[in-house]
Design a protein around this ligand. Structure first.
Ligand code: NAP
Length: 310
């Protein structure tokens, strides 16, 4: 039985080597060289994969995302019926995201855009002291990534709030859920961080009506998915001053087209879906464990709830 890998050509061999390092007995095939379709027992995929193709493998018993998100595997036609889907929860992936969040929270909190502009103008001018204890951070999504970012921000002294689908209790984090909870957290977030999965419920969440609930001059960080934002509404909020700035890592479509106004907007700091990139050697042990679990008829670790969409 074989494992099919499907990702960008540039990382395919890293993934193969990392999996073989954990279990040299694995037979790994690199898409599109799948060989006999009936050999494939597990598919480990990133966004490029054509999901219809997965129905060609009659003995497939596990589908693994190469990242924390699974929206790319749940889009139509969805995973083959009956095949469990696992995602990654990985310490280094989580750390990478927390670093990106800290970088951008501190960038805005410490008035870095203003000081850089002053440096360009050779202007010696002290701005009002940033007050960490009064800069309220709201995190949409309090899962593996949002929860870790919340802990790191709390450790720096920021007041942290979080919003999740179900009621949640994280020490020190004021937690909200549901529609009322969303309005409440938005109304108090001086810096809003989106770390939600992209599902039918969360698509388009950051629209004009929701952005209008933020305190005037709030900042937006989105490193979840481009589909969470209505791009035109984010641009309008930046232009009106409702948003003082945005750090954006994810877009729809990706790559962001060269003519898109986000590229040149003076209030936007942009990264190319690079907030946290999976390190194959870090993720390989759990992927191999899931292959072993699938062979033993066990549910995989980090099993995706297909009904909830994440
Ligand atoms: P996770 O552990 O599944 O956490 C998701 C969180 O979102 C949970 O707290 C969940 O609530 C909440 N949530 C889901 N649907 C909701 C809804 N309708 N209303 C309110 N809250 C909702 O996911 P994760 O590992 O933290 O990853 C989050 C996302 O980050 C991924 O899906 C991916 O899209 C993105 N990501 C981006 C990058 C990048 O480089 N840009 C890298 C990795 C991941 P409950 O706690 O109640 O379940």
């Amino acid at each position: 039985m074989a494992v099919l890998l499907s990702t960008k050509a540039s990382t395919m061999e890293d993934w193969r080597d990392a999996l073989l390092e954990v279990d040299p007995s694995l037979e790994i095939r690199l898409f599109p060289e799948a060989g006999d379709p009936s050999d494939i027992e597990a598919a480990v995929c990133w966004t490029a994969h054509d999901l219809g193709e997965l129905r060609r493998y009659p003995n497939l018993r596990l589908l693994v995302s190469m990242g924390a998100g699974v929206d790319h595997l749940l889009r139509p036609p969805g995973p083959p019926p009956g095949v469990p889907v696992a995602r990654l929860v990985d310490e280094r992936l989580t750390q990478g995201m927390t670093e990106w969040v800290l970088l951008n929270v501190l960038r805005f909190h410490r008035q870095d855009p203003e000081y850089r502009a002053q440096q360009s103008a050779r202007l010696w001018h002290e701005l009002p002291a940033p007050d960490t204890a009064r800069r309220r951070i709201g995190i949409l999504g309090l899962g593996a990534l949002g929860g870790d970012a919340a802990r790191a921000l709390l450790a720096l002294g920021f007041p942290v709030m979080g919003w999740s689908r179900r009621p949640k209790s994280l020490p020190g984090v004021e937690s909200f859920h549901g529609d009322d909870g969303l309005a409440a957290i938005l109304g108090r977030s001086d810096i809003l961080v989106c770390l939600l999965p992209l599902t039918p419920e969360t698509r388009g969440l950051l629209d004009a009506a929701r952005l209008a609930l933020l305190p005037a001059g709030a900042y937006l960080l989105n490193s979840a998915r481009g589909g969470h934002m209505v791009a035109a509404d984010v641009l309008a909020a930046l232009d009106s001053g409702r948003l003082a700035g945005a750090a954006l890592d994810v877009f729809e479509p990706e790559p962001l087209p060269p003519e898109h106004p986000f590229w040149t907007h003076p209030k936007v700091v942009l990264t190319p879906h690079a907030a946290s990139i999976t390190i194959p050697r870090s993720a390989a042990p759990q992927v191999v464990e899931n292959i072993h679990r699938a062979r033993a008829g066990l549910a995989p670790l980090n099993l995706v709830d297909l009904a909830a969409g994440y």
